[in-house]
Design a protein around this ligand. Structure first.
Ligand SMILES: [Zn+2]
Length: 321
């Protein structure tokens, strides 16, 4: 036992780790309630997965009393197969190949380690203690630079053999439409993700600094607050881009709800958090929200839980996939 710090005497706690493109965060988490204590954060290395593994170890070992954790859960920004093989992680420079992350970390910590995709960690956190609480079946959609999803059926996260279930950002909403970072065309995230909206805004404004939205963004990256300011000012292009984002989300949600008989879709991140209920209304009332889900599926905002990635990773330790 270490000296008198209540964090380290927390019974039955596990450690949740959120590995992001820029930071690695570790916290003690009570796996029953999701309450988190202690916090260590380090910069994510950019010279490949072996350095990331070292950094995860250092981050966890920075939590006083880490040895007393029963197990460790880790969320990473890439596909994770059920055996804990993770990657490639395009947001982490140098992590271009899958690595056996769970096995490597279990070896280093001499403890059970469960590795999951970070979006799935966010989805499970919403399911256990957020807006999805009490629902056996739900889809979580997080809109950020791209668009990710996590599917929970019968209270279990569904991952798939390759760990690719929930890759909703790359569903086609418009064949031959906007070019996607994955090499495809017309995928959801090119309409609803920040990067896709930014690209389209630049294409339509053609560098004309008199266009309101471009004048707000300039040479920096488009942010949700720029779009929100554009809407507030009555800017036509901002309204068009948001209409198209809502229609694209409506199309995908309608199809997913029809396929899976989904009672609940939880939406969060980026423009969803910024625009809130009015944006959800726009999705609900879009002509593109068709199929059997339109009258049945409820759309709700995510709870925006603190450190959802780390908390969700901890939940997945006690209730692995
Ligand atoms: Zn794509």
């Amino acid at each position: 036992m270490t000296k008198g710090n209540p964090e380290v005497t927390w019974p039955g706690s596990v450690i949740g780790v959120d590995v992001g493109g820029s930071k690695i965060l570790a916290r003690f988490v009570d796996p029953d309630t999701g309450a988190a204590r202690g916090r260590v954060k380090k910069n994510t290395p950019t010279d490949g997965p072996l350095s990331v593994i070292d950094c995860i170890v250092n981050t966890v070992e920075g939590l006083a009393g880490w040895q007393e954790a029963a197990a460790i859960g880790v969320g990473v920004p890439g596909p994770v197969t059920p055996d804990g093989t993770a990657g490639p992680c395009p947001n982490i420079v140098g992590w271009d190949e899958p690595v056996q992350l769970a096995a490597a970390l279990a070896d280093r910590f001499d403890k059970p380690v469960v590795v999951s995709n970070d979006v799935n960690c966010g989805a499970i956190a919403e399911h256990r203690i957020g807006s999805g609480r009490g629902h056996a079946d739900m889809l979580a959609i997080f809109v950020g630079t791209g668009v990710g999803g996590g599917l929970i059926l019968d209270n279990k996260l569904v991952v798939g053999e390759r760990g690719m279930v929930g890759e909703i950002g790359h569903l086609t909403v418009d064949p031959g439409g906007r070019p996607c970072g994955c090499g495809g065309f017309g995928h959801l995230e090119t309409y609803a993700g920040r990067a896709g909206i930014d690209n389209e805004m630049r294409r339509r404004t053609k560098g004309d600094a008199n266009r309101y939205l471009l004048s707000l963004v300039g040479d920096s990256q488009l942010k949700s607050r720029h779009i929100a300011a554009g809407l507030e000012a009555g800017d036509e292009l901002s309204a068009q881009l948001i209409d198209e984002a809502a229609d694209a989300l409506a199309r995908v949600i309608g199809n997913a709800a029809t396929l899976l008989d989904l009672p609940l879709v939880v939406l969060g991140g980026g423009i969803v958090d910024r625009l809130g209920e009015p944006f959800l209304d726009q999705i609900r009332t879009s002509d593109h929200f068709g199929g059997a889900g339109a009258d049945f599926t409820e759309l709700v905002l995510a709870r925006r839980l603190d450190d959802a990635g780390a908390v969700g990773a901890a939940f997945l330790v006690v209730d692995p996939i």
